[in-house]
Design a protein. Structure first.
Ligand SMILES: Cc1cc2nc3c(=O)[nH]c(=O)nc-3n(C[C@H](O)[C@H](O)[C@H](O)COP(=O)(O)OP(=O)(O)OC[C@H]3O[C@@H](n4cnc5c(N)ncnc54)[C@H](O)[C@@H]3O)c2cc1C
Length: 443
Protein backbone atom coordinates (compact mmCIF):
# COMPACT_ATOMS: atom_id res chain seq x y z
CA UNK A 1 0.00 0.00 0.00
CA UNK A 2 1.42 3.39 -0.99
CA UNK A 3 1.56 6.03 1.74
CA UNK A 4 -0.76 8.99 1.21
CA UNK A 5 1.19 11.97 -0.10
CA UNK A 6 0.01 15.59 -0.02
CA UNK A 7 -1.18 16.13 -3.59
CA UNK A 8 0.53 18.59 -5.93
CA UNK A 9 -1.42 19.43 -9.07
CA UNK A 10 0.26 19.55 -12.45
CA UNK A 11 0.68 22.67 -14.57
CA UNK A 12 -1.48 22.17 -17.61
CA UNK A 13 0.59 23.52 -20.47
CA UNK A 14 3.84 21.91 -21.53
CA UNK A 15 6.35 24.77 -21.81
CA UNK A 16 8.03 24.75 -25.21
CA UNK A 17 11.28 26.08 -23.76
CA UNK A 18 13.03 26.54 -20.41
CA UNK A 19 16.56 26.88 -19.08
CA UNK A 20 16.67 23.66 -17.10
CA UNK A 21 14.58 20.52 -17.04
CA UNK A 22 14.63 18.48 -13.85
CA UNK A 23 13.79 14.81 -14.32
CA UNK A 24 12.06 13.55 -11.16
CA UNK A 25 9.89 15.22 -8.54
CA UNK A 26 11.22 13.75 -5.31
CA UNK A 27 12.94 15.76 -2.56
CA UNK A 28 16.02 16.24 -4.77
CA UNK A 29 14.16 17.46 -7.85
CA UNK A 30 11.86 19.70 -5.81
CA UNK A 31 14.74 21.23 -3.80
CA UNK A 32 16.77 21.81 -6.96
CA UNK A 33 13.83 23.66 -8.54
CA UNK A 34 13.40 25.78 -5.38
CA UNK A 35 17.03 26.85 -5.17
CA UNK A 36 17.21 27.51 -8.91
CA UNK A 37 14.09 29.68 -8.60
CA UNK A 38 15.75 31.60 -5.77
CA UNK A 39 18.56 32.44 -8.19
CA UNK A 40 15.95 33.68 -10.66
CA UNK A 41 16.47 30.65 -12.93
CA UNK A 42 13.33 29.01 -14.23
CA UNK A 43 13.11 25.26 -14.48
CA UNK A 44 10.55 22.62 -15.36
CA UNK A 45 10.18 19.60 -13.09
CA UNK A 46 8.93 16.54 -15.02
CA UNK A 47 7.62 13.75 -12.82
CA UNK A 48 6.33 10.53 -14.37
CA UNK A 49 3.93 9.87 -11.48
CA UNK A 50 3.12 12.30 -8.68
CA UNK A 51 5.40 14.52 -6.60
CA UNK A 52 7.17 12.48 -3.91
CA UNK A 53 5.43 9.30 -5.05
CA UNK A 54 8.53 7.14 -4.62
CA UNK A 55 11.32 7.21 -2.00
CA UNK A 56 10.72 10.78 -0.87
CA UNK A 57 7.36 9.96 0.76
CA UNK A 58 8.28 6.46 1.92
CA UNK A 59 11.27 7.13 4.11
CA UNK A 60 11.64 7.24 7.88
CA UNK A 61 11.92 11.03 7.93
CA UNK A 62 15.26 11.17 9.72
CA UNK A 63 17.43 14.21 9.03
CA UNK A 64 20.72 13.21 10.57
CA UNK A 65 24.34 14.19 10.65
CA UNK A 66 25.15 11.33 13.00
CA UNK A 67 26.77 8.24 11.56
CA UNK A 68 27.24 9.80 8.14
CA UNK A 69 30.01 8.91 5.79
CA UNK A 70 32.64 11.63 6.45
CA UNK A 71 32.46 12.66 2.78
CA UNK A 72 28.85 13.74 3.32
CA UNK A 73 29.28 15.68 6.57
CA UNK A 74 29.88 19.17 5.11
CA UNK A 75 26.80 18.80 2.90
CA UNK A 76 24.53 17.46 5.66
CA UNK A 77 25.57 20.31 7.98
CA UNK A 78 24.46 22.79 5.31
CA UNK A 79 21.34 20.77 4.62
CA UNK A 80 20.25 20.84 8.26
CA UNK A 81 20.81 24.59 8.26
CA UNK A 82 18.45 24.81 5.29
CA UNK A 83 15.91 22.49 6.98
CA UNK A 84 15.85 24.80 9.97
CA UNK A 85 14.67 27.70 7.84
CA UNK A 86 12.60 25.58 5.45
CA UNK A 87 9.11 26.12 6.90
CA UNK A 88 9.71 29.85 6.71
CA UNK A 89 11.26 29.61 3.24
CA UNK A 90 8.37 27.62 1.73
CA UNK A 91 5.67 29.22 3.93
CA UNK A 92 4.31 25.79 4.81
CA UNK A 93 4.78 22.92 7.25
CA UNK A 94 7.45 20.37 6.30
CA UNK A 95 7.30 18.81 9.75
CA UNK A 96 10.94 19.63 10.38
CA UNK A 97 11.83 19.59 14.08
CA UNK A 98 15.17 19.31 15.82
CA UNK A 99 14.15 16.36 17.98
CA UNK A 100 17.39 14.38 18.35
CA UNK A 101 18.46 10.95 17.11
CA UNK A 102 19.92 8.12 19.17
CA UNK A 103 21.71 4.92 18.08
CA UNK A 104 21.50 2.32 20.86
CA UNK A 105 24.32 -0.23 21.02
CA UNK A 106 23.77 -3.84 22.02
CA UNK A 107 27.39 -4.86 22.51
CA UNK A 108 30.66 -3.22 23.57
CA UNK A 109 31.99 -3.82 20.05
CA UNK A 110 29.05 -1.94 18.56
CA UNK A 111 29.48 0.90 21.03
CA UNK A 112 33.17 1.05 20.12
CA UNK A 113 32.25 1.35 16.45
CA UNK A 114 29.84 4.20 17.23
CA UNK A 115 32.46 5.87 19.43
CA UNK A 116 34.95 5.77 16.56
CA UNK A 117 32.64 8.06 14.60
CA UNK A 118 33.08 10.76 17.26
CA UNK A 119 36.42 11.70 15.66
CA UNK A 120 34.45 13.03 12.68
CA UNK A 121 31.98 14.81 14.96
CA UNK A 122 34.83 16.58 16.76
CA UNK A 123 36.36 17.72 13.52
CA UNK A 124 33.13 19.58 12.70
CA UNK A 125 32.28 20.57 16.30
CA UNK A 126 29.08 18.54 16.24
CA UNK A 127 27.15 17.96 19.46
CA UNK A 128 27.22 14.16 19.03
CA UNK A 129 28.15 12.31 22.23
CA UNK A 130 28.30 8.85 23.76
CA UNK A 131 25.73 8.09 26.46
CA UNK A 132 25.82 5.43 29.16
CA UNK A 133 22.87 3.05 29.43
CA UNK A 134 21.48 5.14 32.30
CA UNK A 135 21.84 8.43 30.41
CA UNK A 136 20.14 6.90 27.38
CA UNK A 137 17.23 5.68 29.52
CA UNK A 138 16.81 9.14 31.05
CA UNK A 139 16.29 10.60 27.58
CA UNK A 140 14.19 7.66 26.44
CA UNK A 141 11.59 6.91 29.12
CA UNK A 142 10.33 3.34 28.89
CA UNK A 143 13.55 1.90 27.46
CA UNK A 144 14.17 -1.70 28.58
CA UNK A 145 16.91 -4.20 27.73
CA UNK A 146 20.62 -4.57 28.26
CA UNK A 147 22.01 -1.83 26.05
CA UNK A 148 25.67 -1.00 26.50
CA UNK A 149 25.21 2.70 25.66
CA UNK A 150 24.30 4.94 22.78
CA UNK A 151 25.47 7.58 20.33
CA UNK A 152 23.26 10.67 20.51
CA UNK A 153 22.96 13.93 18.57
CA UNK A 154 20.47 16.38 20.06
CA UNK A 155 20.68 18.72 17.06
CA UNK A 156 19.65 16.05 14.52
CA UNK A 157 16.13 16.32 13.23
CA UNK A 158 13.13 14.83 11.51
CA UNK A 159 10.57 15.97 8.96
CA UNK A 160 7.38 14.60 7.43
CA UNK A 161 8.20 12.82 4.14
CA UNK A 162 4.62 12.87 2.91
CA UNK A 163 4.52 16.66 3.21
CA UNK A 164 8.03 18.00 2.68
CA UNK A 165 8.77 17.50 -1.03
CA UNK A 166 5.20 18.54 -2.01
CA UNK A 167 5.41 21.87 -0.15
CA UNK A 168 8.93 22.48 -1.47
CA UNK A 169 7.66 21.84 -5.03
CA UNK A 170 4.73 24.21 -4.49
CA UNK A 171 7.10 26.91 -3.22
CA UNK A 172 9.36 26.41 -6.26
CA UNK A 173 6.31 26.86 -8.49
CA UNK A 174 5.30 30.08 -6.73
CA UNK A 175 8.79 31.35 -7.42
CA UNK A 176 8.74 30.50 -11.13
CA UNK A 177 9.24 26.75 -11.67
CA UNK A 178 6.78 24.70 -13.70
CA UNK A 179 5.67 21.37 -12.23
CA UNK A 180 4.44 18.67 -14.60
CA UNK A 181 3.20 15.37 -13.21
CA UNK A 182 2.23 12.27 -15.20
CA UNK A 183 4.94 13.48 -17.55
CA UNK A 184 7.81 11.06 -18.07
CA UNK A 185 11.00 12.24 -19.74
CA UNK A 186 11.95 9.70 -22.40
CA UNK A 187 15.37 11.09 -23.13
CA UNK A 188 17.56 13.93 -24.32
CA UNK A 189 18.25 15.53 -27.69
CA UNK A 190 21.57 17.17 -28.48
CA UNK A 191 22.82 19.66 -31.02
CA UNK A 192 26.50 20.37 -31.57
CA UNK A 193 27.42 18.04 -28.71
CA UNK A 194 25.31 19.94 -26.13
CA UNK A 195 21.85 19.35 -24.74
CA UNK A 196 19.17 21.06 -26.83
CA UNK A 197 15.94 19.51 -25.50
CA UNK A 198 14.31 16.78 -23.51
CA UNK A 199 11.62 14.65 -25.08
CA UNK A 200 8.74 13.94 -22.73
CA UNK A 201 5.77 11.69 -23.34
CA UNK A 202 3.81 14.90 -24.03
CA UNK A 203 6.35 16.38 -26.45
CA UNK A 204 9.73 18.15 -26.46
CA UNK A 205 10.90 20.96 -24.18
CA UNK A 206 13.87 22.93 -25.51
CA UNK A 207 16.46 23.51 -22.77
CA UNK A 208 20.15 24.03 -22.18
CA UNK A 209 20.63 21.77 -19.15
CA UNK A 210 19.05 18.69 -17.61
CA UNK A 211 19.26 17.54 -13.99
CA UNK A 212 18.56 13.85 -13.54
CA UNK A 213 17.00 13.40 -10.08
CA UNK A 214 15.31 10.16 -11.02
CA UNK A 215 15.97 8.07 -7.91
CA UNK A 216 15.85 4.35 -8.61
CA UNK A 217 15.26 4.96 -12.34
CA UNK A 218 18.44 6.89 -12.92
CA UNK A 219 20.58 3.96 -14.07
CA UNK A 220 18.04 3.08 -16.75
CA UNK A 221 17.81 6.72 -17.92
CA UNK A 222 21.60 7.02 -18.10
CA UNK A 223 21.96 3.65 -19.83
CA UNK A 224 19.81 4.85 -22.74
CA UNK A 225 22.23 7.79 -23.10
CA UNK A 226 25.23 5.45 -23.10
CA UNK A 227 26.29 6.62 -19.61
CA UNK A 228 27.21 3.92 -17.11
CA UNK A 229 25.81 4.59 -13.63
CA UNK A 230 26.51 1.66 -11.28
CA UNK A 231 23.31 1.93 -9.28
CA UNK A 232 21.18 -0.83 -7.74
CA UNK A 233 17.85 -1.01 -5.94
CA UNK A 234 17.28 -2.35 -2.44
CA UNK A 235 13.84 -2.89 -0.94
CA UNK A 236 13.21 -1.26 2.43
CA UNK A 237 10.00 -1.82 4.37
CA UNK A 238 8.30 0.62 6.73
CA UNK A 239 5.14 0.65 8.81
CA UNK A 240 3.09 3.40 10.36
CA UNK A 241 1.26 3.08 13.66
CA UNK A 242 -1.87 4.84 14.80
CA UNK A 243 -1.25 7.60 17.38
CA UNK A 244 0.40 6.12 20.47
CA UNK A 245 0.48 7.74 23.92
CA UNK A 246 3.59 7.66 26.06
CA UNK A 247 6.16 6.72 23.42
CA UNK A 248 9.61 8.28 22.98
CA UNK A 249 9.97 11.74 21.45
CA UNK A 250 13.54 11.17 20.22
CA UNK A 251 14.04 9.13 17.05
CA UNK A 252 16.09 6.02 17.70
CA UNK A 253 17.45 2.79 16.32
CA UNK A 254 19.00 -0.23 17.96
CA UNK A 255 19.31 -3.92 17.14
CA UNK A 256 16.49 -4.63 14.72
CA UNK A 257 14.39 -1.48 14.99
CA UNK A 258 14.31 2.18 14.05
CA UNK A 259 11.51 4.69 14.60
CA UNK A 260 10.40 8.31 14.45
CA UNK A 261 7.45 9.95 16.15
CA UNK A 262 5.25 11.53 13.51
CA UNK A 263 3.36 14.81 13.72
CA UNK A 264 0.08 12.86 13.84
CA UNK A 265 1.20 11.20 17.09
CA UNK A 266 1.86 7.82 15.49
CA UNK A 267 5.24 6.31 14.70
CA UNK A 268 7.05 5.36 11.55
CA UNK A 269 8.73 2.07 12.44
CA UNK A 270 11.20 0.00 10.49
CA UNK A 271 14.36 -2.00 10.87
CA UNK A 272 17.96 -1.21 10.12
CA UNK A 273 18.76 -4.86 10.56
CA UNK A 274 17.38 -6.25 7.31
CA UNK A 275 17.64 -5.15 3.69
CA UNK A 276 15.72 -7.18 1.15
CA UNK A 277 17.45 -7.81 -2.17
CA UNK A 278 15.16 -9.01 -4.95
CA UNK A 279 17.71 -10.37 -7.37
CA UNK A 280 17.64 -8.84 -10.86
CA UNK A 281 20.09 -9.05 -13.79
CA UNK A 282 21.86 -5.84 -12.67
CA UNK A 283 23.06 -7.61 -9.51
CA UNK A 284 25.17 -9.84 -11.73
CA UNK A 285 26.26 -7.05 -14.07
CA UNK A 286 27.44 -4.96 -11.10
CA UNK A 287 28.62 -7.82 -8.86
CA UNK A 288 32.23 -6.65 -8.58
CA UNK A 289 31.31 -3.00 -7.90
CA UNK A 290 29.19 -4.06 -4.93
CA UNK A 291 31.46 -6.70 -3.42
CA UNK A 292 32.90 -4.36 -0.71
CA UNK A 293 29.41 -3.19 0.33
CA UNK A 294 28.06 -6.75 0.32
CA UNK A 295 30.93 -7.92 2.53
CA UNK A 296 30.23 -5.09 4.98
CA UNK A 297 26.49 -5.71 5.25
CA UNK A 298 26.39 -9.44 4.54
CA UNK A 299 24.43 -10.36 7.68
CA UNK A 300 21.72 -7.76 6.97
CA UNK A 301 20.98 -8.88 3.42
CA UNK A 302 17.98 -11.07 2.67
CA UNK A 303 18.08 -12.31 -0.92
CA UNK A 304 14.98 -13.35 -2.85
CA UNK A 305 14.30 -14.39 -6.42
CA UNK A 306 10.85 -13.58 -7.74
CA UNK A 307 8.80 -11.44 -10.05
CA UNK A 308 11.23 -8.53 -10.13
CA UNK A 309 13.79 -10.64 -11.99
CA UNK A 310 11.34 -11.24 -14.82
CA UNK A 311 10.09 -7.62 -14.75
CA UNK A 312 13.57 -6.15 -15.10
CA UNK A 313 14.69 -8.79 -17.58
CA UNK A 314 11.80 -7.83 -19.82
CA UNK A 315 12.22 -4.08 -19.34
CA UNK A 316 13.82 -2.50 -22.43
CA UNK A 317 17.27 -1.00 -21.74
CA UNK A 318 17.30 0.99 -24.97
CA UNK A 319 14.44 2.84 -26.67
CA UNK A 320 13.95 5.63 -29.18
CA UNK A 321 12.58 9.04 -28.23
CA UNK A 322 9.47 8.39 -30.33
CA UNK A 323 8.77 5.16 -28.44
CA UNK A 324 6.96 4.64 -25.13
CA UNK A 325 9.67 4.50 -22.47
CA UNK A 326 9.76 2.16 -19.44
CA UNK A 327 9.08 5.21 -17.24
CA UNK A 328 5.57 5.43 -18.63
CA UNK A 329 4.88 1.80 -17.78
CA UNK A 330 5.48 2.25 -14.03
CA UNK A 331 4.08 5.58 -12.86
CA UNK A 332 4.93 4.90 -9.22
CA UNK A 333 7.36 2.24 -8.09
CA UNK A 334 5.32 0.73 -5.27
CA UNK A 335 6.93 -2.53 -4.18
CA UNK A 336 5.17 -4.86 -1.77
CA UNK A 337 6.47 -4.48 1.78
CA UNK A 338 8.38 -7.47 3.12
CA UNK A 339 6.11 -8.90 5.87
CA UNK A 340 9.05 -10.60 7.53
CA UNK A 341 10.60 -7.17 8.08
CA UNK A 342 7.37 -5.57 9.36
CA UNK A 343 6.92 -8.32 11.95
CA UNK A 344 10.54 -8.20 13.11
CA UNK A 345 10.58 -4.41 13.35
CA UNK A 346 7.37 -4.40 15.39
CA UNK A 347 8.56 -7.16 17.73
CA UNK A 348 12.00 -5.59 18.22
CA UNK A 349 10.53 -2.16 18.96
CA UNK A 350 8.07 -3.59 21.47
CA UNK A 351 10.88 -5.49 23.16
CA UNK A 352 12.94 -2.33 23.66
CA UNK A 353 9.94 -0.09 24.43
CA UNK A 354 7.03 -2.09 25.87
CA UNK A 355 4.66 0.81 25.09
CA UNK A 356 4.82 -0.35 21.44
CA UNK A 357 3.02 -3.58 22.42
CA UNK A 358 -0.14 -1.48 22.26
CA UNK A 359 0.74 0.06 18.91
CA UNK A 360 -1.82 -0.54 16.18
CA UNK A 361 -0.22 -0.89 12.76
CA UNK A 362 -2.17 1.40 10.42
CA UNK A 363 -0.33 0.54 7.20
CA UNK A 364 2.96 -0.66 5.82
CA UNK A 365 4.73 0.02 2.55
CA UNK A 366 7.86 -0.75 0.61
CA UNK A 367 10.31 1.65 -0.99
CA UNK A 368 13.09 1.02 -3.48
CA UNK A 369 16.29 2.64 -2.28
CA UNK A 370 18.73 3.72 -4.99
CA UNK A 371 22.15 2.63 -3.79
CA UNK A 372 25.66 3.31 -5.05
CA UNK A 373 28.65 1.00 -4.45
CA UNK A 374 30.17 3.41 -1.87
CA UNK A 375 26.80 4.42 -0.37
CA UNK A 376 27.16 8.13 -1.16
CA UNK A 377 25.34 9.93 -3.98
CA UNK A 378 26.43 11.09 -7.39
CA UNK A 379 25.98 14.88 -7.60
CA UNK A 380 27.91 15.70 -10.68
CA UNK A 381 28.11 17.10 -14.17
CA UNK A 382 28.70 14.49 -16.86
CA UNK A 383 31.76 15.36 -18.90
CA UNK A 384 30.70 13.42 -21.98
CA UNK A 385 27.39 15.31 -22.22
CA UNK A 386 27.77 19.05 -21.51
CA UNK A 387 24.70 20.42 -19.74
CA UNK A 388 23.79 17.07 -18.15
CA UNK A 389 23.90 16.82 -14.34
CA UNK A 390 23.16 13.80 -12.18
CA UNK A 391 21.84 13.95 -8.60
CA UNK A 392 20.98 10.43 -7.53
CA UNK A 393 22.07 7.35 -5.60
CA UNK A 394 21.43 8.79 -2.16
CA UNK A 395 21.72 5.24 -0.83
CA UNK A 396 19.01 5.37 1.81
CA UNK A 397 19.82 8.75 3.33
CA UNK A 398 18.86 11.38 0.77
CA UNK A 399 15.86 12.87 2.54
CA UNK A 400 17.82 14.67 5.25
CA UNK A 401 20.51 15.77 2.84
CA UNK A 402 17.93 16.64 0.15
CA UNK A 403 17.72 20.42 0.56
CA UNK A 404 21.52 20.68 0.70
CA UNK A 405 21.87 18.48 -2.37
CA UNK A 406 19.27 20.57 -4.21
CA UNK A 407 21.16 23.75 -3.38
CA UNK A 408 24.45 22.17 -4.44
CA UNK A 409 22.98 21.10 -7.79
CA UNK A 410 21.45 24.55 -8.32
CA UNK A 411 24.87 26.14 -7.67
CA UNK A 412 26.55 23.75 -10.10
CA UNK A 413 24.03 24.25 -12.86
CA UNK A 414 24.14 28.04 -12.43
CA UNK A 415 27.95 28.02 -12.48
CA UNK A 416 28.01 29.68 -9.03
CA UNK A 417 30.43 28.94 -6.17
CA UNK A 418 29.17 25.68 -4.69
CA UNK A 419 27.72 25.21 -1.20
CA UNK A 420 30.39 22.58 -0.45
CA UNK A 421 33.16 20.92 -2.41
CA UNK A 422 31.33 18.54 -4.78
CA UNK A 423 34.44 16.44 -5.58
CA UNK A 424 33.52 13.42 -3.40
CA UNK A 425 30.26 13.08 -5.33
CA UNK A 426 31.72 13.14 -8.85
CA UNK A 427 30.56 10.43 -11.25
CA UNK A 428 34.11 9.80 -12.43
CA UNK A 429 35.11 8.34 -9.04
CA UNK A 430 33.93 4.96 -10.35
CA UNK A 431 36.27 5.06 -13.32
CA UNK A 432 39.25 7.22 -12.27
CA UNK A 433 40.90 4.51 -10.17
CA UNK A 434 39.94 6.00 -6.81
CA UNK A 435 38.22 2.74 -5.82
CA UNK A 436 35.49 4.28 -3.63
CA UNK A 437 34.32 2.21 -0.63
CA UNK A 438 31.36 2.52 1.74
CA UNK A 439 31.94 3.81 5.27
CA UNK A 440 31.32 1.05 7.87
CA UNK A 441 28.52 3.02 9.61
CA UNK A 442 26.76 3.87 6.33
CA UNK A 443 23.42 2.09 6.10
C1 LIG B 1 12.05 2.97 3.39
C2 LIG B 1 13.03 4.09 3.23
C3 LIG B 1 13.52 4.73 4.37
C4 LIG B 1 14.39 5.83 4.23
N1 LIG B 1 14.73 6.55 5.34
C5 LIG B 1 15.42 7.70 5.20
C6 LIG B 1 15.63 8.58 6.29
O1 LIG B 1 15.13 8.36 7.41
N2 LIG B 1 16.39 9.69 6.11
C7 LIG B 1 16.92 9.99 4.90
O2 LIG B 1 17.64 10.98 4.81
N3 LIG B 1 16.67 9.22 3.83
C8 LIG B 1 15.93 8.10 3.93
N4 LIG B 1 15.66 7.32 2.84
C9 LIG B 1 16.20 7.70 1.54
C10 LIG B 1 15.44 8.85 0.92
O3 LIG B 1 14.05 8.59 0.92
C11 LIG B 1 15.94 9.02 -0.51
O4 LIG B 1 17.35 9.07 -0.54
C12 LIG B 1 15.41 10.30 -1.12
O5 LIG B 1 14.02 10.39 -0.96
C13 LIG B 1 15.78 10.33 -2.60
O6 LIG B 1 15.09 11.39 -3.21
P1 LIG B 1 15.09 11.49 -4.78
O7 LIG B 1 14.35 12.73 -5.10
O8 LIG B 1 16.47 11.32 -5.28
O9 LIG B 1 14.33 10.18 -5.28
P2 LIG B 1 12.79 9.79 -5.33
O10 LIG B 1 12.04 10.32 -4.19
O11 LIG B 1 12.75 8.32 -5.55
O12 LIG B 1 12.27 10.57 -6.61
C14 LIG B 1 12.67 10.26 -7.91
C15 LIG B 1 11.50 10.58 -8.80
O13 LIG B 1 11.91 10.56 -10.15
C16 LIG B 1 10.81 10.14 -10.93
N5 LIG B 1 11.34 9.73 -12.23
C17 LIG B 1 12.27 8.78 -12.47
N6 LIG B 1 12.54 8.71 -13.79
C18 LIG B 1 11.76 9.63 -14.40
C19 LIG B 1 11.59 10.02 -15.75
N7 LIG B 1 12.29 9.46 -16.74
N8 LIG B 1 10.70 10.99 -16.03
C20 LIG B 1 10.00 11.60 -15.04
N9 LIG B 1 10.12 11.24 -13.72
C21 LIG B 1 10.99 10.27 -13.43
C22 LIG B 1 10.21 9.03 -10.11
O14 LIG B 1 8.87 8.78 -10.45
C23 LIG B 1 10.37 9.57 -8.69
O15 LIG B 1 9.21 10.22 -8.22
C24 LIG B 1 14.82 6.21 2.94
C25 LIG B 1 14.34 5.55 1.81
C26 LIG B 1 13.43 4.52 1.95
C27 LIG B 1 12.88 3.85 0.73
Amino acid sequence: MAPRVDPVSSDEALPSRTKIVIVGGGIIGASTALFLAQKGINSVVCEKGHIAGEQSSRNWGWCRKMGRDPREIPLIIESLRLWQGMNEMVKAETGFRQAGIMYLAETQAELGQLEAWLDHARQYQLDTRILSRTEAAELMPGLTGTWTGALYTASDGKAEPQRAAPVIAEAARRQGAAILTQCAVRGIETAGGRISAVVTERGPIACGSVVLAGGAWSRLFCGNLGIELPQLKVLATVMRTEPLEGGPEISASGGLFGFRKRMDGGYTVATLGVRTIDLVPDHFRLFLDYLPAARLHWRKLRFRVGGRWVEEWRMPRRWGLDETSPFEAVRVLDPEPDRFVVDRAHAATAQAFPVFRNAVVAESWGGMIDVMPDAIPVISPVESLPGFFIATGFSGHGFGIGPGAGKLVADMVAGDPTLVDPAPFRLSRFTDGSNPRPHPLAS
